[in-house]
Design a protein around this ligand. Sequence first.
Ligand SMILES: NC(=O)c1ccc[n+]([C@@H]2O[C@H](COP(=O)([O-])OP(=O)(O)OC[C@H]3O[C@@H](n4cnc5c(N)ncnc54)[C@H](O)[C@@H]3O)[C@@H](O)[C@H]2O)c1
Length: 277
Amino acid sequence: MSNNKTLAGRRIAITGGARGIGLATAKELHARGAQVAIGDLDRDTAKLSAGTIAPEVVALGLDVSDETSFATFLDGVKDQLGGLDVLINNAGIMPIGPFLELDLAVARRTAEINFLGALIGTHLALPDMIAQGSGHVVNVASTAGRAAVPGGVTYCATKAAVVSLTEGARLEFGSRGIDFTCVMPSFTNTELIAGTEGTKGLKNVEPEDVAGAIAVAIEKKQYDVYRPKALRQILFTQGLLGRKIRDAMNRRLGAYDTFLKIDHSKRDGYDKRINAS
Ligand SMILES: NC(=O)c1ccc[n+]([C@@H]2O[C@H](COP(=O)([O-])OP(=O)(O)OC[C@H]3O[C@@H](n4cnc5c(N)ncnc54)[C@H](O)[C@@H]3O)[C@@H](O)[C@H]2O)c1
């Protein structure tokens, strides 16, 4: 964690900040001097988590899929922080397993949280940012949004939508003083990947690594963030290979089993949490 106050005075809101990548990011940004607010469906955990960082970290209830809830959250953040410079759309859920075994209601909820949540947040935050002549929207997508895998049909599609949302918004609003960042981590050690084995040959990253990368992206106004970093080159090269070679290679490496080989005894707790969301 960096204690250089490189983000002093920046007012930053993070969705899904009660745990995982969102919480690690809140800690990192606070350490760099930012004023931080987190919003989460799990309001009690958000409050407890905020308290572990510092008493001044704001924690509010939020359902990113609900426009009214998101607008109320942003109003609360602006009231308590005096404005908003950066919105980090991080909240997300990851139901995985065979596509036809996924209840359509869960698939719909996944799209509402992962994709619509980021879209609603971006739509609600932009007008004030445009009016103040500056702002930064950071969308946490996933490498799954650039490389679909069996067992992740729904999740990958929602993340591909976030990749496209961020790129389209960058093109439309980049010339108006608004910066955008698309964050694409691979397997990161949070509850979201419970019961999975990760990708062979690629070490899982820690939420703190992703948090550090997000902080640097805000400071340097970087567009793409990959973690691990090697994924930028891997995805580029895989794109050049063509489907036949790519599929054969990924099947041999087991990359297409990562969302199908699940230890349910380790994942049940996570599945229960997201099914209740
Ligand atoms: N962990 C990984 O391997 C990984 C990899 C790539 C991308 N991501 C993405 O990173 C983001 C954070 O994931 P994480 O690993 O920290 O997961 P996590 O489960 O640890 O944390 C996600 C948080 O989002 C909150 N949330 C869920 N639905 C919400 C809603 N409707 N409104 C507000 N908050 C809600 C949860 O309560 C939880 O606190 C997600 O968008 C995820 O898809 C994670």
